[in-house]
Design a protein around this ligand. Structure first.
Ligand SMILES: Cc1cc2nc3c(=O)[nH]c(=O)nc-3n(C[C@H](O)[C@H](O)[C@H](O)COP(=O)(O)OP(=O)(O)OC[C@H]3O[C@@H](n4cnc5c(N)ncnc54)[C@H](O)[C@@H]3O)c2cc1C
Ligand code: FES
Length: 297
């Protein structure tokens, strides 16, 4: 596993913003780029005293020696990174690749489903299935056309792509489950489905494939602290067993996951997270007020 930095940090070679809240960072780390497999993640610290946050390796380029992270600014750390980081800056620490790589088996026809930010992490799997010779059907879901990203990247690795938006402003109108139903109606021989996105979306996707007995893998996102299986923070219920997503996952059989338990556990720190986020927003507002504002006479 590649280690945290040796003092100089990991250089951001490119940044792109996909919407007001979603941004991409391409980070130079040749060793990580060589080792990364679909489904794995890194734990990142923006600064020496920053929080450790898990982020999926949404793409890797072994020749350029870079990995790509796609991040949604949802709270203090991800907002701080959004406002601070640009190409040329460095991340203080990055550990990985972590987690068990996704199993890219011998499935002949695969459905790769991404909802919102989950579109990014499902990309390496879609590409790996395509490289393994499978027929790949992509289903991407966004709230509206303005939030769509990576459509071209998916078109390049998918045999078919179904774009869904909640408001119908691009592709078909409806949730990803509408796209899944359409794909299954046209292809009764789908062997496997991979669905990544918010827990409620993964739950809906697993329910959409269950009646057809299509094996469905999901990537779980419980709160992670150490990422080594020691703290128990990322405990998830899979059928009758308890697993730690950081070392036993993050991919699990979606038909066995207790999504209600996952969603309940994700709520536990909401109040503290809300306070930290509000404090960050307030500090940003204060910084943007000119120092002589209101003081001149
Ligand atoms: C394996 C894995 C891969 C992930 N990949 C991505 C990704 O590619 N892009 C992305 O934007 N987000 C990803 N996340 C979620 C990301 O880690 C959280 O959004 C981030 O930690 C939020 O931190 P914050 O301080 O900005 O927000 P906070 O206000 O602290 O939290 C907002 C929400 O983020 C989640 N969260 C908070 N802390 C953690 C934590 N330590 N571990 C996991 N979730 C947390 C909780 O649901 C929380 O309610 C991933 C999570 C996991 C477990
Ligand atoms: S993050 Fe601590 S056990 Fe998984």
């Amino acid at each position: 596993m590649a280690q945290a930095n040796a003092g100089s940090g990991f250089r951001i070679v490119a940044r792109e913003d996909y919407s007001d809240v979603t941004y991409m960072l391409e980070v130079a780390h040749p060793q990580m780029a060589r080792a990364a497999q679909p489904g794995q993640f890194v734990i990142v610290m923006e600064t020496e005293h920053g929080e450790r946050i898990p982020l999926t390796i949404a793409d890797f380029d072994r020749e350029r020696g870079t990995i790509t992270l796609v991040i949604q600014a949802v709270g203090k750390t991800t907002k701080e990174m959004q406002s601070n980081l640009k190409a040329g800056d460095t991340l203080f620490a990055m550990v990985g690749p972590m987690g068990i790589p996704s199993h890219i088996g011998k499935a002949k026809k695969v459905l790769c489903v991404g909802g919102g930010l989950g579109v990014a992490p499902v990309f390496p799997q879609a590409r790996a299935f395509k490289e393994s010779g499978a027929y790949v059907i992509g289903v991407l879901g966004f709230r509206n056309r303005d939030l769509v990203f990576w459509e071209d990247k998916f078109r390049a690795v998918c045999d078919e792509l179904i774009l869904c938006t909640d408001d119908g402003s691009a592709g078909i109108k409806g949730l990803v489950t509408a796209g899944i139903q359409q794909a299954i109606a046209n292809h009764p021989d789908i062997d496997e489905c991979i669905a990544i996105g918010p827990p409620i979306m993964m739950k809906g996707s697993a329910e959409a494939t269950r009646p057809f007995k299509i094996k469905t893998m999901v990537s779980l996102n419980p709160v992670m602290v150490d990422g080594t299986g020691m703290c128990g923070g990322c405990r998830v219920k899979i059928g009758e067993t308890v697993k730690f997503a950081c070392v036993d996952g993050p991919d699990f059989d979606g038909h066995l996951v207790d999504f209600d338990d996952l969603m309940f556990r994700l709520q536990r720190y909401r109040e503290t997270e809300r306070q930290a986020s509000e404090k960050f927003d307030e500090n940003c507002r204060m910084r943007s007020i000119p120092s002589d504002a209101g003081g001149a006479t």
